[in-house]
Structure formats: C-alpha cells, structure tokens
Design a protein around this ligand. Structure first.
Ligand SMILES: [Zn+2]
Length: 202
C-alpha cells in the first residue's frame, strides 16, 4: 500500500473519517454525475487512482510544521543580517473549489539566536501548502510558525500565486496573480529591514 495512504489510515481513530472505499465511491458518484460510465474501461481504476493522488496532494496534514523547525543552529559566525529565501515554488488547493493554486513564496527573517537549515523553510511551506487552503491563511501560517518557533527579531512572508478557480471557471481570467504578505516584528516596524527584504525578493 502507498506509504502516505497508510499513514492517513493510522489516524482514522482521531475523528469520524470515512474509509478509503467510501472515498473511492464518492469519486465514482462524481463520475456518474458528469454523465460518464464509471464501468468504462478507461475509468474503472480511476477512483482508486484519484484517492491515491489526493493522499499525496494533501500529505501536509501528516506533517507537524512546528516540528520541522526544531533543529536549529546557534553558531552563525557573527552574522546579524536578514536571511532571505526567495522563489520557493509551491502547489496548493483552494478550499472553496478544490482547484489548484500555483505560486511562489518569499520568506525572510532576522535571526535573534537561532537560524534554521534552508531546506526546513521549504518543507515548512510544503507542510502548509499541501492542505485545503486560502492564500491569506497560508501566508499567515508560514510567518506565524517561524515567529513562534525561532523567535526572530522579525519575519516577512510574501506569496504570489495563480488560482485555477479564477483562470478556468467563473470569470476565466488568465494571467492574474494574487499577492499576499505578512510582516512581523522588525519587518513590520523598521522600514529599512522591510525595504532590504523587498529588494532581495525582486
Ligand atoms: Zn477557489
């Protein structure tokens, strides 16, 4: 069995979670609702594949974002500037339409005592992105977790993303991207720090 799916099933006791069979049945219902025959050769295995794909796309629920930042380094060789990671790509899913969100995240922080490995910040982004989301909450969750766990002098997070629910349905506007940001501590209060961050990400 798929490893992620196994983990998902392990936490079934935590709440009234439908079985994998029930989830596959729901996909079959959607296929029938579209006017298709779920028994058709090309569609027979689709419900199982869709459920496996969902387990992967939403494996952010399996992760504890704060735990990802626990291993930090205190030795920074006297470095006292801001640390910026720009253009971290992510895929997420809008919780209103369950449609894809694609974008990039820029993260900056001004360490007080501790810095974290750069791959950990990228994994933090994934842990929150791979859930049902709205872009505003994704932005806030990334910033707030870094602020809480690392206690830096400040944090800045900017997210720029396109939403399939806007480009492929409704008003069908292509090429529109949405930008959200959250500035905390020195990134909010000190114009020089904020400017240094904004210059680094452009
Ligand atoms: Zn949407």
């Amino acid at each position: 069995m798929h490893a992620t799916l196994e983990k998902l099933q392990d936490r079934n006791e935590a709440y009234d979670r439908p079985s994998r069979k029930a989830a596959e049945e729901a996909v079959r219902t959607l296929i029938r609702w579209l006017g298709e025959d779920p028994g058709r050769e090309g569609l027979v295995d689709t419900p199982a594949r869709v459920v496996r794909a969902y387990a992967e796309w939403f494996d952010g629920y399996e992760q504890d974002p704060a735990a990802l930042l626990q291993r930090t380094f205190e030795e920074v060789g006297g470095y006292d500037g801001i640390v910026v990671l720009s253009d971290i790509p992510f895929e997420s899913c809008c919780e209103h339409h369950m449609a894809a969100i694609h974008g990039i995240v820029h993260v900056g922080y001004l360490p007080q005592h501790r810095v974290v490995g750069i791959s950990k910040i990228a994994r933090l982004v994934e842990a929150f992105a791979r859930r049902l989301q709205v872009q505003e909450r994704l932005t806030a969750q990334i910033a707030d977790t870094i602020a809480e766990v690392l206690s830096p002098y400040g944090v800045g997070v900017v997210v720029k993303a396109t939403h399939a629910c806007l480009s492929t349905r409704g008003v069908r506007k292509h090429g529109v991207s949405m930008v959200t940001s959250r500035m905390l501590g020195a990134f909010r209060d000190d114009p020089a720090v904020r400017q240094e961050f904004l210059t680094a990400i452009t």
